[in-house]
Design a protein around this ligand. Structure first.
Ligand SMILES: [Zn+2]
Length: 189
């Protein structure tokens, strides 16, 4: 035990944080946004003199301008929804995923995967449902208190079969929540 400097319950231990960073490195996904990706996106949005040097870059720029917005006042990168009524979501770089999930999971008083994923995905862009599940499985408080253990929306008696079911639907649900890839999209003019 090291002397804790705060009274808050530690949701994700430093071991979990390290494990998650390794997990992200070993499981790259175009729906996450690295710090470099973020810089490129911001450059396309804010630098009118930057010209695309290839058809691919041209498509990328068009897609970025349609998908993201730079909020000058708050210096925040936002993902724009498909329709004007859709809420603008803050773009989270992969180094910030743990903090965002931790805060959402704390605010919803340790609800399960589905509820936490809903909270995260309605306000943030760049986090995968599988990232939320990876982290919630290692929540220290949920691990101590069985009544707070993450549950899915359905009450399957076998957690194992639920796990595999969730993994099978991850892609579908990511798309459902508009968390689609931004890098691999090739669009015509
Ligand atoms: Zn928890």
């Amino acid at each position: 035990m090291t002397g804790a400097t705060s009274n808050n319950t530690v949701i994700f231990s430093s071991r979990t944080r390290t494990a998650f960073l390794n997990y992200v490195r070993e499981n790259p996904n175009n729906r996450r946004v690295s710090q470099t990706d973020r810089e490129i996106i911001i450059e396309w949005l804010t630098n009118p003199s930057k010209q695309p040097s290839s058809q691919k870059e041209f498509s990328r720029r068009n897609y970025v301008r349609k998908t993201f917005a730079w909020d000058e006042d708050t210096q925040t990168l936002l993902a724009i929804g498909k329709t004007s009524e859709d809420k603008r979501r803050t773009v989270v770089t992969d180094d910030m995923i743990v903090d965002v999930v931790e805060s959402a999971h704390e605010q919803n008083d340790h609800l399960g995967w589905d509820a936490t994923w809903r909270d995260v995905s309605t306000s943030y862009y760049g986090i995968l449902r599988s990232d939320v599940i990876f982290l919630l499985k290692q929540c220290q408080l949920c691990a101590q208190d069985p009544s707070k253990r993450p549950k899915g929306a359905t009450s399957k008696s076998s957690r194992q079969s639920f796990d595999s079911e969730v993994l099978q639907t991850i892609n579908t649900r990511d798309i459902q929540y508009g968390n689609e890839e931004w890098q691999s999209v090739e669009e015509g003019p």
